[in-house]
Design a protein around this ligand. Structure first.
Ligand code: SF4
Length: 581
């Protein structure tokens, strides 16, 4: 069975903004914190907010205290006033695109226009819009209702932002023909239009489409309707458990899409479960291969192997004779640190990668032993290599092990950060710096060659590569990281700016490696190693396009660049090394 994932599946801008505003509220605004009505139509996200102490306020009490967030769908203006009068501090998380429609209605209502809203009468957004019509608003759900509506001297027609664009086109055609003096506005949000266009395309290329989203979510329901209009089977499910009811026997190609209020972690869980259903039909050999692939990625064995390969490339870039036990030391150090970080920082994985979270829960003892043994073995090799490498590796191992731990108690107010993890963007810089020290600085230290310009160049190259890899993975994990309060670089800068920064950094490192070769500081190996940043640029491009490719495949491409670096160095040594050195 072939599985395709819709490019635009998941949170739209307005929902992401509202959820982020809510998650950022604790500690920033007066408590208790509420959302006025459910923030979005997704029970799983509401559960997460509840865990963070953000509850739903269903009715406005005569008196209250604390903070109230107005949801992405917006509310009637009188409700905002009532909340303020009751004593709440009000934060408006209404989506800017919904605010635009509210503004259109308010402006025209003030000039005496009637408002015709094409949408679901019971939807909170429509109820909110109606509040801006000055008592002269009418909600229309079907063409029949439209035909039965009285005629107005002056009227405007707007659509609910998540309305079916095909239906709204018919409404506009009807208005043009029958009441050309009515003013129609294009108020369907472009995110909705793109999602609907994409689901039409997806429906054309598969047999069955799984539409993931809250049962109350109107935009999710509409996606399922569009699939059915294309003559294909659609299943609207809330979580991966919904897949249990579906018989996929007659489906060769299955598509997955999701409503605007569905978080990534639920889409990922649905995808994983669907893959496991598919793999049940696999041969024993394929099943073993899938399990092995997952274990290698989850336990960071692939990444650790990459660190060893990178160490090898680093020695050749610095024109130092490679010492093989130290390759193992680099791999063991990386293995130990990444295992410990996953073991101690599992909270975010519950949202980012539920499978990995379960894997770490199931094999905690075994993984803890593996991390400890690899850490001790790595330190043993470092000790054999010299006192300075040992002390350096020991200090870095201690820092890495305690990265997630609270180091400053709450009652000491010297500094606002209690653990290293809480320092904004620290994870990416620490990981990149630690890799660069072990891979670029250790070889000359161990060989007693001293730090040279070549060491500095190698340091910059390794640090940049690891920085891009880590920041890119942080982009994939943004939703879960935000929920548990991690302040990674993508959370600080936003996804688009981070991607731009990473691309610029890769182009700079390519130029840097080429120039250092042309001015004869490094050998031609530096130019050959530019394949790695080029491979990374390719991975980022694939992610940007998100054309029916899973995050796991993109991750695999990105992780492979370290192994590629080692292979390039091996080939270099075989064919050109003896000539150059
Ligand atoms: S669907 Fe569009 S209008 Fe509605 S919340 Fe999302 S971005 Fe805003």
């Amino acid at each position: 069975m072939n599985i395709q994932i819709g490019k635009g599946a998941g949170f739209c801008m307005g929902v992401r903004r509202a959820v982020e505003m809510a998650l950022d509220s604790p500690g920033r605004y007066e408590t208790p914190i509420y959302t006025y009505g459910p923030l979005i139509h997704n029970p799983q996200v509401l559960e997460v907010l509840k865990e963070r102490g953000i509850n739903v306020l269903l009715k406005i009490p005569p008196k209250g205290s604390g903070t109230v967030l107005v949801r992405a769908h917006g509310v009637p203006p009188e409700d905002k006033e009532k909340l303020k009068k009751a004593g709440f501090y009000v934060i408006d998380a209404t989506c800017p695109r919904v605010i635009r429609v509210q503004t259109i209605i308010r402006k025209h209502a003030g000039k005496g226009f009637a408002t015709i809203i094409i949408g679901d009468r019971d939807h909170p957004e429509v109820k909110g819009l109606l509040g801006y019509a000055g008592g002269n608003g009418f909600v229309v759900e079907t063409m029949d209702e439209l035909h039965n509506l009285t005629s107005f001297e002056n009227a405007i027609i707007v659509a609910q932002t998540t309305q079916n664009s095909g239906f709204y086109k018919n409404v506009k055609a009807w208005a043009n023909e029958k009441y050309p003096h009515y003013i129609t506005f294009d108020t369907i949000c472009d995110s909705t239009e793109k999602r609907q266009t994409e689901v039409s395309r997806l429906a054309d290329s598969v047999d069955t489409v799984i539409v993931v989203g809250g049962c109350d979510s109107g935009n999710t329901r509409r996606l399922a309707e569009i699939v059915k209009e294309h003559g294909k089977t659609a299943y609207h499910i809330e979580t991966e458990d919904g897949l249990d009811e579906i018989d996929f026997k007659s489906s060769d190609r299955v598509g997955i899409t999701a409503g605007a209020s569905t978080p990534n972690w639920i889409i990922n869980s649905v995808q994983k479960k669907l893959e496991s259903i598919v793999s049940e039909k696999d041969t024993a050999g394929r099943k073993i291969w899938s399990a092995a692939k997952q274990t290698i990625l989850f336990t960071h064995l692939y990444l650790a192997t990459g660190a060893g390969f990178l160490f090898y490339a680093s020695t050749h870039l610095q024109q130092i004779c490679c010492v093989y036990p130290q390759i193992l030391m680099a791999a063991l150090y990386v293995l130990c640190m990444h295992l410990f970080n996953n073991l101690t920082g599992r909270k975010a994985d519950r949202y980012n990668n539920p499978d990995r979270a379960n894997f770490y829960k199931k094999y905690t003892t075994l993984l803890f032993i593996l991390a400890s043994v690899s850490g001790v073995a790595g330190l043993g090799i470092a000790l054999k290599s010299g006192v300075i490498p040992f002390i350096l590796l020991l200090s870095m191992s201690i820092t890495g092990t305690f990265y997630n731990f609270k180091l400053i108690p709450d009652n000491i107010s010297l500094w606002r950060y209690r653990s290293l993890r809480e320092i904004p963007g620290s994870k990416t810089v620490f990981i990149a710096g630690a890799w660069a020290v072990v891979i670029a600085v250790f070889p000359p230290l161990i060989e007693g060659n001293g730090i040279t310009v070549l060491t500095l160049i190698t340091f910059i190259w390794v640090m940049s590569m690891v920085f891009v890899r880590t920041a890119f993975f942080d982009i994939l994990d943004m939703q879960g990281d935000r929920i548990v309060g991690k302040e990674t670089i993508p959370i600080l800068l936003g996804e688009k700016k981070t991607l731009k920064l990473l691309k610029k950094l890769l182009w700079i490192i390519i130029a840097f490696m080429i120039i250092s070769t042309l001015v004869q500081i490094t050998s031609w190996l530096a130019i050959a190693l530019c394949i790695c940043p080029i491979a990374l640029l390719f991975g980022l491009r694939l992610y940007n396009q998100k054309k029916y490719i899973s995050d796991l495949k993109v991750k695999f491409i990105v992780e492979s660049q370290f192994i590629i670096a080692g292979i390039i160095a091996v080939i270099w040594k075989m064919y050109a090394g003896s000539v150059i050195y």
